[in-house]
Ligand binder design. Sequence first.
Ligand SMILES: NC(=O)c1ccc[n+]([C@@H]2O[C@H](COP(=O)([O-])OP(=O)(O)OC[C@H]3O[C@@H](n4cnc5c(N)ncnc54)[C@H](O)[C@@H]3O)[C@@H](O)[C@H]2O)c1
Ligand SMILES: CC(C)[C@@H](O)CC[C@@H](C)[C@H]1CC[C@H]2[C@@H]3[C@H](O)C=C4C[C@@H](O)CC[C@]4(C)[C@H]3CC[C@]12C
Length: 369
Amino acid sequence: MAESTEVRKLVYLVTGGCGFLGEHVVRMLLQREPRLSELRVFDLHLGPWLEELKTGPVQVTAIQGDVTEAHEVAAAVAGAHVVIHAAGLVDVFGRASPKTIHEVNVQGTKNVIEACVQTGTRFLVYTSSMEVVGPNIKGHPFYRGNEDTPYEAVHKHPYPCSKAQAERLVLEANGREVRGGLPLVTCALRPTGIYGEGHQIMRDFYHQGLRLGGRLFRAIPASVEHGRVYVGNVAWMHVLVARELERRAALVGGQVYFCYDESPYKSYEDFNMEFLGPCGLRLVETRLLAPYWLLMLLAFLNALLQWLLRPLLLYAPLLNPYTLAMANTTFTVSTDKAQRHFGYEPLFSWEDSRTRTIRWVRAMEGSAQ
Ligand SMILES: NC(=O)c1ccc[n+]([C@@H]2O[C@H](COP(=O)([O-])OP(=O)(O)OC[C@H]3O[C@@H](n4cnc5c(N)ncnc54)[C@H](O)[C@@H]3O)[C@@H](O)[C@H]2O)c1
Ligand SMILES: CC(C)[C@@H](O)CC[C@@H](C)[C@H]1CC[C@H]2[C@@H]3[C@H](O)C=C4C[C@@H](O)CC[C@]4(C)[C@H]3CC[C@]12C
């Protein structure tokens, strides 16, 4: 941890700083980056909780803005030493159009890169995703793979396509000359499925279970492993790599890093039950009730219903052909690249991550009663 006597001179910008991950990154920076003089939080939707952060030694500047608007991004980036670009449209449920997903995730990232080049900001950390790699459209498993594991990363869904395009733009921008003549240093972090306080999908599963009398019905075999990572450790990896980008530019610049921790390798549903079980929900085995062909039929019916109802209302259930295929394909990582390159070690143990997440779900339970 950097010395607390260090001079406060750095300006950081976090785009998407009011999102699930973004809020944890903002709070982690305020706790663990003593060189901060100003922290700019840029988001389409600012959270009221930002106000409570304005009483500390770091100037917290809330900026309501849209990453698809180049001038708004340039104004927010100007004068920043480091940009952590976490803003994005995370949609695999058909809520947003493919065009909008592309505009936010790809054009928005282009705007951030160009703003760094035009204003002279040299360090850019991009929040990419495991989905840049897979699971691919062929359902090929990726079992305990690393950044160099060969894998046919072919996608059709707008979200993984947009994340892959954006990541490529960020990595290709590494080394570009920025205003002032020095090179831009970029890297991309690929978290697996993030969980923890504020995870909307976990909230959706919890409320679905409450509606079904405390039961959730298994749709995925327990044997299918899905990588998960605690949000606090994802935030910590962002803070750490942002700190090391300058000192280790030659090694870290232009690199990608999977982001995971000691969270156990389990199926998506079994992993969720680590938190929902202690909060009173039960996972009902449905091997005989819901064969895979029936789940596929239900998923396609959901997609058809979504299309039919779209002129009237947004129908976006958890189960659709894409989410079923994703959940049904093993995708786990095992790598020490981030540890070797910039000393990443999870800040939160599995036990601590689990306890914190259960505490959060229980707090929801209190609000749901
Ligand atoms: N949640 C996960 O499991 C996961 C896993 C890997 C990577 N990621 C990536 O992490 C990042 C954050 O994801 P999250 O889960 O916190 O999602 P989130 O939706 O909670 O946060 C995204 C934030 O970006 C903001 N945003 C959206 N469009 C914007 C725009 N046009 N201009 C400015 N701000 C905009 C949203 O308001 C939100 O606050 C995303 O880039 C996502 O692809 C998420
Ligand atoms: C209804 C059942 C089939 C249920 O098991 C569906 C689960 C499904 C909603 C999730 C299964 C895998 C999740 C994705 C994965 O964790 C990685 C992701 C990448 C990240 O960048 C964004 C979130 C996500 C796409 C995540 C979304 C929910 C799942 C599809």
